[in-house]
Design a protein around this ligand. Structure first.
Ligand SMILES: [Zn+2]
Length: 99
């Protein structure tokens, strides 16, 4: 079974090169809650009460995974690095991340 690139709709034939590209954004928590700023807490409570549970869930944890062809993979990574001013550099091999 082949795949279709999410970005350019190119059909990737069976055995062809394609990539799983995933974006996840996970809420951070440093263990500190500043209760002295009640106005801020109240504003957060108001914000929470106006949102659906799905929207709240996405505020805490967002993840999407798409299939991309080789050239779209390159373009998406370049855009991501450009937007965040991250040094694109050569890709890290999985082993490089395990130190
Ligand atoms: Zn593509």
């Amino acid at each position: 079974m082949g795949h279709t690139c999410r970005r350019c709709s190119q059909e990737i034939p069976e055995g062809g090169l394609y990539y799983h590209v995933k974006l996840s954004a996970v809420s951070g928590y440093d263990g500190f809650i500043d209760l002295e700023h009640e106005a801020a807490v109240s504003a957060i409570a108001d914000e929470i009460s106006g949102k659906s549970s799905e929207a709240l869930e996405e505020d805490v944890y967002f993840e999407r995974e798409v299939i991309l062809c080789s050239s779209c993979r390159k373009a998406v990574i370049e855009t991501f690095c450009e937007q965040l001013r991250i040094d694109g550099g050569p890709d890290k091999a999985p082993g490089d991340l395990l130190h």
